[in-house]
Write a protein that binds this ligand. Sequence first.
Ligand SMILES: [Zn+2]
Length: 491
Amino acid sequence: MTTQSWKLTRRSWNGAVLTAFLCLGAIPGSASGAIQSRAMRSPFWHSGALLAAPLLACAISATPAPTRSPAAPAPGAAVLDPTERAITEAVDARNVDAIALLERIVNLNSGTMNLAGVRAVGDVLRGELDGLGFTTRWVDGAGFQRAGHLVAEHRGTGPKLLLIGHLDTVFEPSSPFQRFERLSETSARGPGVIDMKGGDVIIIHALKALKAAGALDALTITVVFDGDEEHPGDPVAQARRALVDAAAGAAAAIGFEDGSGDPHKANTARRGAGFWTLRSTGTPAHSSQIFRDDVGPGAIFEAARVLEAFRVQLAGQQYLTFSPGVALGGTALTLDAPHNQGTAAGKTNVVARDMVVQGDLRTVSPEQLAQVKAAMRDIVARPLPHSSSTIEFDDGYPPMAPTAGNTRLLALYDAVSRDLGMGEVTAVDPIKAGAADVSFVAGLVPMALDGIGLAGRDDHTDRETADLAMLPGLTKRAALLLHRLGSAASR
Ligand SMILES: [Zn+2]
């Protein structure tokens, strides 16, 4: 997700249950317009057990910085202990294999709805994880109309760490963009090469390097590779149950999405993406009588009142956006949400009876979401004479709120990066970060971080390109982060 803020708007979540409408506004009156629908079911991520252990977060905050030589060594190996050096050397030794694995899985089409293809990618990664001593299982996706997910577990003595990847891409078999293409020594183009098969390879090869250095045994790790990140299954509560269950007791959740494309950035917060539907009604009458005491202003003015109050009272709040994407108003409306179509008919000499408006709602925390929903409901509840309004919300993808724990995890990752001589890593501005799978578990664990996958550009397009020169460095960063997290509690 190079520009994460538009990730959700570029998806197509059709065939869904609850809907919101974007992009193609239909003009109120005698008009009809195609509308795009998407859907997510109600929130469920708090339904799982809140079993995450805060102990690691405490341990990290008390963990001293790695010992540095007073001789002020050059950035890099001098600040790494022998095990850490062995891990980085193991990454370098396998970089050719890592690129080969990336090429292999990019060449397996795994558009979300190509269920066999998603499973084929899962089978490859499952073999890798089996070889590392993980216990692996496939979570069947028939119940939510998708391929399913790969879950792999490794039990050591350290705190449980949850690593998140996904197997699917936006490129279905019908896409002309199907093959891994090496552009140069340092770059390759291909479907999903950074979103996020590159991140998946980083997970696998970080674990391989840890194994080679004798540092894997101590780690307690659960890896979840979702099969439907790009087009989540329905109901989404069921589609994300395996991920939510895997977060139980985890000390940290780490997502390997491609992030901002800048290797000096990672995500400590992501805005959620929800939707709302406003329905307003008025009292039909001859238009010449509008505003009379017994007629009122009609449905369209009532809806306009609500929308303007939303804008005046709520626009400009930090990290909040809400956008009415489509509006239908008149005397007779049809709304065919699953097929992305609606019509409105009215007459210029009739006071409008109905108006429906649908839009999105993006917030940075559950608290902000609750506050904004309450404010919107309050506005809706004060109708103009002889009219009324109601609003329904679909919470969609939850926000990943910025927390002190997430900031601590970023600080640890930043320290790893500096110790590797790779420079600082700072937080992505949440306004630029759309929702991702990590958002479903961020509220369940003491610490979460995302966007530390393979850097590149132009994901979700046929120019999707990976910066292969970054692959070993990003793999080392991930491996050392896991190593330090896994041993932090014992330090
Ligand atoms: Zn992705």
